[in-house]
Design a protein around this ligand. Structure first.
Ligand code: TYD
Length: 131
């Protein structure tokens, strides 16, 4: 079964342009506690490289594009995020890595919990043991 859980965000477009509204428990399937974004990412940088014990996230590129690699400890899948109306839901014990950021990329992350370092697994061997 694929780890890539696509979400399509309805665009409230009219002749003036487009607008996407993301609400808790509607399009985003959890209560939103935190929103952060990565931008101005330098060349050849990878980010992430960790798993979360409890956190759920929705990720989308509101500008530009990047690659997200998802690893469940047995297999790895890559997806290109390149649209402000298509994102992915990342939940469960998944090791994630983001790469191939375009210069203009703004990666928006919507999270189910406040920042909590104790929810991170930053060591791949520890991640494999947790599976
Ligand atoms: P880090 O987890 O390394 O980012 P990424 O996994 O996306 O590469 O986070 C970088 C720094 O920012 C680190 O010191 C933790 C801090 N941080 C917060 O304070 N709050 C947050 O919501 C996030 C995501 C990170």
């Amino acid at each position: 079964m694929t780890m890539i859980k696509w979400l399509k965000f309805p665009s409230l477009g009219d002749s003036r342009g487009s607008l996407v509204a993301l609400e808790s428990s509607e399009i985003v399937p959890f209560n939103i506690k935190r929103v952060y974004y990565l931008f101005d990412t330098k060349d050849n940088v990878t980010r992430g490289n960790h798993a979360h014990k409890k956190l759920k996230q929705v990720m989308l590129c509101i500008k530009g594009s990047c690659t997200v690699s998802l690893d469940n400890g047995f297999s790895r899948e890559c997806v290109n995020l390149n649209s402000p109306i298509n994102g992915i839901l990342v939940e469960g014990l998944i090791w994630r890595e983001m790469s191939n950021f375009t210069k203009d990329c703004i990666l928006l992350v919507i999270a189910s919990e406040n920042y909590d370092e104790s929810d991170y697994i930053r060591d791949y061997n520890e991640f494999k043991k947790s599976i």
